[in-house]
Design a protein around this ligand. Structure first.
Ligand SMILES: [Zn+2]
Length: 187
């Protein structure tokens, strides 16, 4: 009987169901519709390649494999100091599921509002979500997990995850994409 249960679990894990990630986003009031739509589209497309389905507007009481909270710092107005375009937080060596977007700085680098800004923000968000899902601060030489984004990166027609980044995400999601599995694995 035990063997039967184990085999069932193994089979379920092999069928590559997308991991559902609930996105709880607080948008700044001044952010326009075009920016918001482009942001969600760009982030969704990038994460889909890693087998992750983003559900925008996550609500309490709904079931997701993971939840990521996104906040746009200073309502996209202030450029602030420093060079980071986005941040994730680490506590006791663990990456927390909170992404902070330095929206004003992204806007400054892109030099434009609307769709271009939304697309750039989506690329920064995908980069940070990779940190959250893999619980690592690793970067790659190419693609969305590059340590530094240039204006050219943000303006380029397409920016995707490198093969290395995709494999890293798939591996950590398979090890325990669900919160419960993860918790029990660490006990
Ligand atoms: Zn990073």
């Amino acid at each position: 009987m035990k063997l039967f249960i184990l085999m069932t679990i193994a089979a379920a894990a092999m069928a590559a169901e997308p991991v559902r990630v609930g996105m709880a986003v607080r948008y700044p009031v001044e952010m326009g519709e075009a920016t918001r739509v482009a942001f969600e589209q760009e982030t969704t497309a990038a994460m889909a390649e890693a087998g992750v389905e983003l559900v925008w507007g996550a609500r309490a009481g709904e079931a997701y494999d993971r939840v990521v909270v996104v906040r746009f710092k200073d309502g996209c107005a202030d450029q602030g100091r420093g060079r980071a375009l986005g941040l994730t937080h680490i506590s006791d060596g663990r990456v927390l599921p909170f992404v902070e977007m330095e929206c004003g700085r992204v806007r400054q680098v892109i030099g434009e509002d609307g769709e271009m800004l939304g697309r750039g923000l989506g690329r920064v968000a995908a980069h940070e979500i990779h940190h959250v899902l893999t619980s690592s601060g690793l970067h790659d030489a190419e693609g969305l997990t590059k340590a530094v984004f240039t204006r050219r990166d943000l303006w380029s027609r397409e920016m995707r995850f490198s093969t290395a980044a995709l494999e890293r995400m798939r591996a950590s999601l398979q090890q325990g994409g669900g919160g419960e599995q993860r918790a029990s694995a660490e006990e």
